[in-house]
Design a protein around this ligand. Sequence first.
Ligand SMILES: [Zn+2]
Length: 460
Amino acid sequence: MSLSLTFLGGAGTVTGSKHLLSMGENGSMKILIDCGLFQGAKELRTMNWQPLAVDARTIEAVILTHAHLDHTGYLPLLVKQGFRGPIYCSEPTAEIAKLVLLDTAKIQEEDAEHANRVGYSRHKPALPLYDTTDALAAFSLFETLAPDQWHPILSKTAKVRLTNSGHILGSTFVEIQTEGKLFVFSGDLGRENPITLKPRVNPREADYLIIESTYGDRCHPQEHPLETLARLIHETIHRGGQVLIPAFAVGRTQEVLHLIAILKTTHRIPDVPVYLDSPMADKVTEVFDRFASWHRLSSPDLKRLSATFRHVPSLNESTAIMQSGKPAIIMAGSGMLTGGRILRHLEARLPDEKNTVILTGFQAAGTLGRFLKEGVEEAKIYGKYVPVRARIAEISSLSAHADQREILNWISGFSARPPKRIFIVHGETNASEGLRVRITDRFNIAPHIAKLGETIELRD
Ligand SMILES: [Zn+2]
């Protein structure tokens, strides 16, 4: 019997999460925890086009922590490479992941089509990483698991339990028991007091903890997101500008829309249209409606929220809104500005100082979102340089990720059986290093920062 962990993604970066747990005879039983796409820097993105370092046909099962693209977006490619096992996750994660995968396939098809039409890609013809048919092929493998209870998997070689991690709708941390050892994969860890979600649960036992570190080196400011949002919207609309809010897929968009709905119904912002310019917008409220036990929004909250925004189903309608330039609030994907319809709005609005871009989520190194956050004067969009004169604002208190203090508090919850080894994943170098130092100081244990491609044999 042997146990090992291999970090195939989400190590040294916040994207591409893929952690392989090998067990059984010579480590022949393999489970992949998360199956995300790399985003941001080109060296990372090119890895999406390469086959996985491990033969996909030898992986018995995938377990998803949540539906975000950087945790699910590689699934169609895994299936293309021959993976046929179950994809275990919570019910809302399955629903949202399917929306995310279809949306991603569609965005890639649209981007490839746009690139071929405008001719800015070096690849001729430009191809999508995967298309709708590939995304659909992964759907039949999803198997949902009820939360908070143990489920035997892999012919009882292991048991798995999913429990709310408070990051997005349906997000869970994953506990796996095998060969007498207990693994806890944090997935993305939510805030202690999220606005719309139920707060994360704190497990009390682990042998091995695999912990995320997105904000491992810093704490979110103590601002009130509602006030900041109101001020930014008010100032921009007053100048006759547009407010662009790059939004992560379904799960996160809700939180910002909920706040805008509050501001609108209490007349704290001008009555301008709010557009949710995302092909999957119609499904958003439906998913929240169906999974009431996973969040804190009431039916009246959800009704108010749906009444607040307008859907933009087609690309033509999106173009019309973009060309009009009238004062409006526009939410569109993707969250880190790596593709999707937000790029078309940015191309049109960035050159004018009366507009505002509000970043609400983490912006990974190498993404356009990160460049804007760092104050570039020109942004490269569709192969052209666009001057950045619009105001770039950030409300990091709207982040869906625990900050350093909240991560440490969660780790301190392992009181009944503290982990004997801790692996730090899902962070850029400074963030992971910052967390490593704090964990060492506080818990008297030396965590290991996982490196991309590395395998760790677990003998103790
Ligand atoms: Zn996430």
